[in-house]
Design a binder for this molecule. Structure first.
Ligand SMILES: *Cc1c(COP(=O)(O)O)cnc(C)c1O
Length: 388
């Protein structure tokens, strides 16, 4: 017998899973870095009423979501957020394609898969780019950054990933911003997998452009992303080149700010869910959420280390949201994934150059410490079986 959790996703009761003590289908524990497990209030919000996006009720929902998004990004009255229907990459692509002037260029800080993506996005829009490859997991050399910017005034923008989800590393956005601003350059931050938990604030850290999404540390449903910045910065986009039609940030800003309306048909259920998720995020508070993720990550990491497993980065560079772990010698990623999935846990592969040797475990979302413990027991059982 199988219990459908969602279309195409079921766990089998004969394998000892799938039914909780209450007879309900047990959820799969998602340890992939988004979409994350969400609160029941977020999931039930998805079933809100059918709605026309050109009516006042959607205007109010949009305005509310933009206001709360700005707040969670640490913005003040002079900041705002534009919410897009599309995954995190759409917000990142909207910023890169819309902000860099014709004669300007983007210095890409590349120390992982998502840094590399910034470069590919810029290239796709014929934005001049200088890809600064540091190597995966290598922290930004701030003195070298200073020299690079001094040497090339044409690099008007600096692109950096806050939490590089490919390795689990946090980049020091505040330090990058201080240096870039000293040279009069703007900073574009991919904060897709950090905003809402890791310390990053439009006010305190002053990045010029912050791209985020609804379904990672903000614990909403997938389908929405956003760009937060100063209102004057959005206004100034009117004089920048229009490299895209659909992702033209100035178009979205004008529609949302001046008409309180979306430029195109929005994913309305995802807005319902994001509205509920933002309420929960604001009520919990960013610092408390980080503390919660940190406790989960510490429990996970000490359990892994007790089993003799190796974690990719030194502790001082690790984000709370993700842990990259070396695949034990007796196992392959496929064996790990299949074995743990049978016990109800979804783990995530590493990307590109790390894929053969590492796998990833996220501690974002509505995860409990009991689930971490069960995961560690399941992993321990799997490793013991292999060694017999
Ligand atoms: C998840 C993620 C993205 C966006 O990926 P999507 O598949 O478009 O949601 C971008 N940057 C980082 C750092 C991410 O972790």
């Amino acid at each position: 017998m199988t219990f459908g959790i969602a279309e195409g996703l079921s766990v089998h009761s004969e394998e000892g899973l799938g039914v909780g003590p209450d007879g309900q289908a047990r959820r799969l524990v998602l340890m992939n870095p988004g979409p994350v497990m969400t609160d029941e209030r977020v999931r039930s919000a998805l079933a809100g009423p059918d709605m026309c996006h050109r009516e006042p009720e959607f205007s109010r929902l949009l305005t509310r979501v933009r206001r709360k998004t700005t707040a969670i990004c640490g913005g003040g009255d002079d900041h705002t957020a534009v919410v897009l229907t599309g995954s995190g990459t759409s917000a990142v692509e909207a910023v890169i394609s819309s902000t860099v002037p014709e004669a300007g260029g983007l210095l890409v800080i590349d120390n992982g898969h998502y840094g590399e993506r910034l470069h590919h996005i810029a290239r796709a829009h014929a934005v001049r780019t200088h890809r600064w490859e540091l190597g995966w997991g290598t922290p930004v050399d701030l003195e070298a950054l200073d020299r690079l910017l001094a040497a090339d005034p044409g690099l008007t923008h600096v692109g950096v990933v806050h939490h590089e989800t490919s390795t689990g590393m946090l980049n020091d956005v505040a330090a990058v911003t201080t240096i870039a601003h000293a040279h009069g350059r703007e900073v574009v931050v991919d904060a897709v997998s950090s905003v809402g938990a890791e310390a990053l604030s439009l006010h305190d850290d002053a990045p010029d452009w912050l791209a985020g999404s609804s379904n990672k540390c903000l614990e909403g449903a997938p389908g929405l992303s956003f760009v937060a910045a100063r209102k004057t910065a959005f206004e100034a986009l009117g004089s920048r080149p229009r490299r895209t039609y659909y992702l033209d940030l100035h178009r979205h800003y004008r529609a949302q700010e001046e008409a309180a309306a979306p430029a195109f048909t929005p994913g309305i259920p995802a807005f319902y869910a994001f509205d509920a998720a933002l309420d929960l995020a604001l009520a919990e508070g960013r610092e408390a959420r980080l503390a919660r993720y940190t406790r989960l990550a510490q429990r996970l990491r000490s359990g892994l280390e007790e089993m003799g497993m190796e974690i990719l980065l030194p502790p001082e560079h690790r984000a709370a949201a993700l842990t990259a772990v070396r695949i034990p010698q007796a196992l392959t990623y496929t064996a790990l994934h299949e074995g743990l999935r049978r016990d109800g846990f979804v783990i995530y592969s590493a990307q590109e150059q790390l894929a053969q040797e590492f796998f990833r475990l996220s501690t974002m979302g509505c995860m409990t410490s009991g689930e971490i413990d069960s995961f560690l027991s399941a992993l321990d059982r799997l490793m013991t079986e292999r060694h017999r």
